[in-house]
Each structure stands twice: as structure tokens, then as C-alpha cells.
Design a protein around this ligand. Structure first.
Ligand code: TMO
Length: 305
């Protein structure tokens, strides 16, 4: 006899592991574990793989990994758009979060440079940020290179008296702020929100010329008619989920849950805090986060059984 599936019941998910990519900042790692554990509760197999945070969009497009949980507009909008245009990956919806990634300083920096947060004021204060390494120029500690923040291009496009140094890891950013804290030494580093840092060090983003679409692709956009990257990052950026087109058919229940998932700024900041402040391992942090947030998670699971 041939078994016929009742109408309205979706096929079972494949028992192949859902491969989830992990990058080099804490909220993304914890969120990936939260969602991975959620999928496991739904009966799926999950595998984590550490990947470059730009190349991952090509991996999602080809189905080497199933999804990406944190597509930040500022850092990854361009790679995400490129992969979308090539095909194989799609936008699986936004988190209920507003993001910003840019040059940032702890508030004590403003005591030494009261014209902040304007970028022109920062530039006039460049000497305050000079180090043995940067000579007469101010030091700006940018993120790890794979976040492609184009700090050097921005300095050139706006004629700033700063030298851009790339941090080797997110931890190096926090160490730079921490080391400056005792003497209230002025520092300017790459930072973002939502993040654990906002609860630890009050601070502000530097205000650069406002982001305009095309600032990274069309030199005529932005205040310097001959340069790309002469704008700040979006001040109200999106945070998206991306999925491999094949995920829907291969793991329909997990895919359904992915489309429901939507984390908020405080929830994402808490994910980072569990690792960066409380020093839990990401997997443990995810267990804790899930235990404290069943009311958020359970409806997503129940809607996709
Ligand atoms: C991609 N990041 C949140 C580190 O700016």
C-alpha cells in the first residue's frame, strides 16, 4: 500500500545536520547556539562551523551552510546584496532590532575633546589620540579586517589626520577601552550596538556625514565627489537573517522557525554579555539565555511543529 501524507502536513526535516556558521563577535556566536539548540529541540541535527564573516554569504548561496543569523547592514550589506544578486540565498526576514556600527569613544574622551561627537571636532583633536606607533596622527582602532569597515578609505576620503589600525579580535577592542579607563585616556575604537559594551562603558558614536545609499558604490554620493566611503555607516541599520534557498525544502520545520525568529536589541546585548562580561562559554550562554527566554522561543517552535 502506498502511504499518502495527509493534506496540510509538511514533510519531515532531513536528518542531515543543519550547518550554522559562527564568526568572531559574541552575540553572533551565542545567537547561533541559541538557534542551534532550538533546532535540536525540534528534532534536528546541527553542526557549527567557524567561517569568515564576508565569505559566508557565498557559502549560504551555495548551500555549504544553511543560514546566517546576523546580517548587519553596516558590515555585511554589500556582501549580502552581491550574493542575493547571484542567487541561491534569500532574505529570511529582519530581527526587531536597530543596529549601528561605527567609530565610537567612551564618554571620558569627550572631556578632552568637547566638540565631539562631530567628526570634524574629532579630527581637530587628532593629536590627543597620537601614539608612538602612529606618530603625529591619531590612532583609530578598527575592527578585525574581515568586518571590512573601510576605515582607511574613510580617513582618506575625508582628509583625516588619523591612522587606522586593525584589531586582531573583538577582545582587542575591549582591551583598548579597558586599558584607557584608569587614566581616562582619550580613545576612539570601532564599536556597535546592540552589544554588551553599552552597559559597561557609557559612550557615543562619532557623527560622520550621514549614510546615503550608494556611498560605498558611487563616488559622487557623499561630501567628497571623488571618493567612496565618505559617509558614516547607517545610524539605524537593519539586522537580517539570510537562508539558503534549499533550506525550505530540506528542513521545512526548521526553516519555518527561522522565519519566525526575531530578537530585540536588549536580547542580543544580553547574549553578548553572557560571554563578554559573565565569561560563559557560548554553548553554556545559549543554555542560560534559552532558559530565561522560553516565552519568546516557545511560540516560534510551536508554530512550526
Ligand atoms: C559585525 N559587527 C557587529 C561586529 O559590527
Amino acid at each position: 500500500m502506498v502511504a499518502i501524507a495527509p493534506v496540510g502536513v509538511i514533510a519531515a526535516d532531513s536528518s542531515d545536520p543543519i550547518v550554522i556558521p559562527i564568526h568572531n563577535w559574541s552575540s553572533q556566536i551565542v545567537m547561533s547556539n541559541v538557534v542551534g539548540q532550538m533546532f535540536e529541540e525540534m528534532g534536528n541535527n546541527v553542526e557549527y562551523i567557524t567561517t569568515d564573516s564576508q565569505a559566508v554569504y557565498e557559502s549560504v548561496r551555495l548551500g555549504d551552510v544553511a543560514l546566517e543569523l546576523e546580517v548587519w547592514e553596516g558590515a555585511f550589506g554589500a556582501s549580502f546584496r552581491t550574493a542575493l544578486e547571484k542567487g541561491g540565498l534569500h532574505d529570511a526576514g529582519d530581527h526587531d532590532a536597530v543596529t549601528r556600527e561605527d567609530w565610537w569613544y567612551p564618554m571620558w574622551t569627550k572631556d578632552a575633546c568637547p566638540g565631539l561627537p562631530s567628526w570634524e571636532a574629532l579630527n581637530d583633536c587628532a593629536a590627543l589620540f597620537a601614539t608612538a606607533e602612529t606618530g603625529s596622527k591619531g590612532r583609530y582602532l578598527d575592527g578585525p579586517v574581515d568586518w571590512l569597515k573601510h576605515g582607511q578609505e574613510r580617513v582618506a576620503a575625508l582628509g583625516m589626520n588619523f591612522q587606522v589600525v586593525n584589531a586582531g579580535s573583538a577582545a582587542a577592542l575591549w582591551a583598548e577601552i579597558g586599558a584607557a579607563e584608569a587614566d581616562k585616556k582619550p580613545v576612539v575604537v570601532f564599536n556597535w550596538t546592540p552589544n554588551f559594551a553599552e552597559a559597561v562603558w557609557p559612550g557615543e558614536f562619532v557623527e560622520f556625514p550621514e549614510w546615503v545609499d550608494g556611498c560605498d558604490t558611487d563616488p559622487s554620493v557623499g561630501p567628497n565627489p571623488n571618493a567612496l566611503y565618505d559617509c558614516g555607516n547607517p545610524a539605524k541599520g537593519y539586522l537580517k537573517k539570510a537562508a539558503w534557498d534549499g533550506m525550505k525544502d530540506k528542513w521545512p520545520h526548521a526553516y519555518c522557525a527561522l522565519t519566525k525568529i526575531s530578537f530585540t536589541n536588549p536580547q542580543i546585548a544580553e547574549m553578548a554579555k553572557l560571554v563578554d562580561t559573565d565569561e560563559l562559554e557560548p554553548e553554556e550562554a545559549a543554555v542560560e539565555w534559552l532558559a530565561a527566554n522560553r516565552a519568546t522561543i516557545d511560540p516560534w517552535i510551536n508554530a512550526c511543529k
